[in-house]
Design a protein around this ligand. Structure first.
Ligand code: ADP
Ligand code: MG
Length: 727
């Protein structure tokens, strides 16, 4: 039998191992297993290892047995009880070369003392616990490094082999069994076909694929390991960038309907704007206007802090398209936000949104809202207006992606707050157009360059860096939750704002009611819930004020009713979850209290506080938290309090997040593809691979010369497509 990367593991490994690999880790083929890289390498005498153990961590440590002691004990519970009601406890002390020690405990397994003899090195895996102030592993799994005379060669190799792979493992399948399986498979597939284009590999001095796989799994040295990682990262980066570059090249070749600059409805709108555009709005506006006038689809990302006036830029782009017979769709991440956009856009347009009504100006259009919760009867006239083209501007949530929504002539798609949408969803909407529409993506989350290059690699980017004049500063303070005086002062401040005729938000991490929405409830206090907090505030601290409740589990009508009431000033305080995070715009709201603030991410807090200080009065944001001074959680809050620079906070946020989160759930295809590459640390590989990808596609758009590489590129592109069907 010839074995290749596509060979099923069941054909080459024992059934038990193959099953455990498939069920526990989702590894089905030889290629899957060889792509299951160690997440670290244990080293005999590793310096950092035992020193950095955290209680509750699942660890695998390399250490040497120092002593083993048997004790008897009378267990308090039935657990571990021996036959006579007494148990035998084997305590084994192990230590690393620096002399740091750890206790291993085994109940009623005294026989293990025979093999756990002083002097032996081994790998020990388990969960770190603390007992009488000492760290221990209870009943760890372990593998002793060979020392038997039968196989001296392997013993020496194990001892001399400085780097021992440690794999993401499962309870059934400890890391050394995975290592064994990898070893077997590496032996069967010693040199798989190399997918990297050979000229590029040679020019860059990268290892060939087979060598890289051997060295990542069983590194001969740190040097080889480094070279293996570099080579495999390059492959990940190059495939990803080629997908993006190819996609960009394809769309550049597409024909789109051009919409000339200006036009009656846009000119009428500009003429009645009550303020001047900022310099940034003018400049980005001109860029977009020129692109819309071209015969190729625009793909542009517009970044700008909350309140920088992105929506206005988008609206002007929409009007340019509407002025020339096209339709524009605005896709929002939540119903609340869609409804709010609908209201504020209709308001800004005034009678220019009264298309089809008696007395409306001739250039007027209709602005409609389409969300998932609309009833069939509500939807019908809206769908008709979209289909006939009477509605020039269509605002909605995911509902716009569904079947049954037909456009007469969709010319522009605007996506608000892209981090909630995948590339794939954007594509679904684009598929509703006769020709590829122009696309504008707006985000308030500042995006570092490498992330922009990967997640948004097929978009051009613009930034709005200044806030419109007349914006008020937001003061942010951290309030210790346990401190009664501070808490009292917090609620007094809210009462003062309300007494002055203004409004406030109280934000909590959780909805409440049934607790299934929070997976994190352990022994810790559950996060505060809006449904509980509103009762407490109503009865006590904010007694007598008009409080409203807003969270994601309310039905759309109720959400809309609450938002309207709040916007109209009929509510004083909105107690809400992060549904208000993006876009909600009530200029009279001046204060925000965030409870359990440490539960939110940096960027999230920054977005949240962007809800206040949108009018002429200064904003106040109070971050209430139990996080103690000096803890990382508290430092994050202090950082948010110390600056309102969204880009600085985004960088900080990025440093603290894990890769997977950076890519985002919507990028699932990318996520499984990018295993070694770090968007944060491998900026140079990403940038260089982009250049190489562009050269490859330029010379050979279909990658005919490199079929193996083309297959990987197609796979990744298809993964992204698959998400569309699932999502
Ligand atoms: P973003 O979408 O970037 O968060 P918006 O477009 O919602 O920001 O703008 C926030 C507020 O600022 C809105 O009330 C908008 O009307 C107002 N605004 C936008 N541009 C300007 C400007 N150039 N001058 C004054 N106010 C502006
Ligand atoms: Mg906005």
């Amino acid at each position: 039998m010839t074995v290749g990367l596509e060979t099923r593991l069941r054909e080459v490994l024992g059934k038990k191992t193959a099953d455990a690999l498939a069920d526990g880790l989702g590894l089905e083929t030889a290629g899957d297993l060889l792509g299951h890289y160690p997440f670290r390498y244990a080293q005999r005498g590793e310096r950092t290892d035992l020193a950095s153990l955290g209680i509750g961590d699942d660890v695998t440590v390399a250490a040497q047995v120092r002593a083993a002691v048997k004790k008897t004990f009378t267990p308090r519970s039935g657990k571990g009880r021996g036959r006579g009601g007494r148990g035998e406890l084997l305590e084994v002390i192990v230590a690393d070369e620096a002399g740091r020690s750890l206790t291993l405990t085994f109940f009623n397994q005294g026989w293990r003392a025979k093999e756990l003899v002083a002097g032996r090195w081994g790998l020990f895996a388990g969960k770190v616990a603390q007992f009488r102030g000492r760290l221990q592993l209870n009943s760890p799994q372990y593998q002793l490094l060979a020392e038997d005379a039968d196989d001296p060669a392997s013993a020496i190799e194990e001892f001399a082999g400085t780097l021992i792979p440690v794999y993401p493992a499962t309870a059934e399948l400890p890391t050394w069994n995975i290592a064994k399986a990898v070893h077997t498979v590496l032996g069967l597939v010693p040199s798989p076909p190399d997918p990297l284009p050979a000229p590029l590999r040679d020019r860059l001095g990268l290892l060939d694929y087979g060598t890289a796989l051997h060295q990542i799994h069983r590194p001969e040295s740190h040097e080889y390991l480094g070279a293996a990682k570099k080579r495999l990262k390059w492959q990940e980066a190059l495939v990803m960038q080629t997908v993006l570059v190819r996609r960009k090249a394809e769309s550049a070749g597409e024909a789109a309907d051009p919409y000339p600059e200006g036009g009656a409805i846009l000119d009428a709108f500009d003429a009645r704007l009550p303020f001047d555009l900022t310099a940034g709005q003018r400049q980005v506006g001109a860029e977009i206007a020129a692109e819309l006038a071209r015969e190729h689809p625009m793909h542009r990302l517009l970044q700008g802090d909350v309140g920088s006036g992105k929506t206005l830029v988008a609206l002007r782009a929409m009007l340019q398209v509407v002025a020339h017979g096209g339709q524009a769709a605005l896709l929002a991440p939540t119903e609340v936000l869609a409804a709010q956009h609908h209201r504020s856009i209709a308001e800004m347009l005034g009678d220019l949104a009264n298309g089809g009504q008696l007395g409306a100006p001739p250039e007027a259009t209709q602005v409609v809202l389409l969300t998932g919760s609309a009833t069939a009867a509500q939807r019908r006239p809206v769908l008709d207006a979209v289909k006939t083209g009477a509605a020039g501007i269509v605002i909605g949530t995911h509902a716009l992606l569904y079947e049954g929504v037909e456009f007469a002539n969709l010319g522009l798609v605007v996506v608000d707050e892209q981090h909630r949408f995948g590339v794939e969803q954007r594509d679904a909407l684009r598929a509703k157009a006769n020709k590829p529409p122009h696309t504008l993506v707006m985000t308030a989350t500042p995006i570092p360059r490498t992330v922009a290059m990967t997640v948004y690699g097929d978009l051009e980017t613009s930034r709005l860096t200044e806030l419109p004049a007349g914006r008020s500063p937001i003061a942010t303070h951290v309030v210790p939750y346990g401190d009664g005086r501070w808490m009292q002062r917090t609620w007094t401040r809210i009462r003062e704002e309300v007494a002055a005729g203004r409004q406030a938000y109280v934000v909590c991490p959780r909805v409440g009611g049934d607790d299934t929405d929070d997976p994190n409830i352990g022994d810790k206090r559950p996060p505060l819930a809006v449904t509980d907090v509103i009762e407490e505030l109503r009865g006590n601290q904010l007694h007598g004020l008009r409080l409203g409740l807003l969270h994601g589990r309310l039905d759309a009508d109720e959400k809309d009713r609450v938002m309207r009431a709040y916007a109209a000033g009929d509510l004083d305080v909105l107690v809400a979850t992060t549904v208000i995070e993006v876009g909600v715009n009530v200029p009279n709201a001046t204060a925000m209290v965030v409870l359990d603030a440490e539960r939110f991410g940096i960027s999230q807090l920054h977005q949240l506080r962007g809800r206040v200080g949108r009018g002429s009065h200064p904003g106040l944001c109070l971050l209430v938290s139990e996080a103690m001074e000096g803890t990382p959680s508290r430092e994050r809050l202090d950082a948010v309090a110390s600056t309102t620079d969204g880009f600085a906070l985004a960088e900080l946020d990025l440093e603290q997040r894990r890769e997977g989160d950076v890519l985002g759930a919507a990028q699932s295809g990318m996520k499984s593809h990018v295993k070694l590459l770090s968007l944060l640390k491998d900026a140079d590989i990403i940038a260089a691979s982009r250049t190489e990808a562009a050269a490859l596609i330029d010379a050979d758009p279909e990658l005919k010369r490199f079929p193996e590489f083309a297959a990987l590129v197609d796979d990744l592109a298809a993964d992204r497509g698959e998400f569309l069907e699932k999502g």
